[in-house]
Design a protein around this ligand. Sequence first.
Ligand code: G3P
Length: 231
Amino acid sequence: MKFFIDTADLDEIRDLAATGLLDGVTTNPSLIAKSGRDMLEVIREICDVVPGDVSAEVTAMDYHNMVREGQRLANIADNVVVKVPLTMDGLKACRTLSNEGTKVNVTLCFSAAQALLAAKAGATYISPFVGRLDDIGTPGMQLIEDIVDIYLNYPDLETEVLVASIRSPMHLVDAAKVGAHVATLPPSVLRQLFSHPLTDKGLADFMADWEKTGQSIMDAGGQDAASESTG
Ligand code: G3P
């Protein structure tokens, strides 16, 4: 499963990219607004930091201007993925951009039928929003499972399921259980994945016992260590 982070915050991106666990980044107009920066500049910088796919979203509502904006965004760097909304114009733009060799992420997907349309339009990624469905009392993860199942019925479809609007580690685990290809995580949720109270407790116990030995791995070994250092 690929891990993307859902942010336009360069400090977060740099920090988390250093873990070696990041496969890509997703942004949207709200995240760009939150960064307070020029969109093209931010996308260019993100593409320099993360070699994987970086989604940049068009803001036009009509086909013609979506394609123009998509082409401009795609020219920023080789790893830009153009994000378009799941509307009729968005899917027309998806087909055109995809025919030109540009990767496209179709966003704001809330039904399996929409996901099937996006795959037929040549989307590289479909982004169903789990958290926002949960918010209105509809089980978001059921949609992920349905889309994964439907795509599996048609092996010619190459679209990957990119689970968006993830709010907790549980969303990620459930998405992995049903076989989603990608999860895009808010930085805070990605950080949460590393922690477990039993890991902290176990480590504290090990360190307390180790302290009692008075040893240091770099100084241990006596004669062996001396011969290692002289070759
Ligand atoms: O990038 C879109 C998506 O991940 C938004 O998440 O939490 O605003 O529903 P959220």
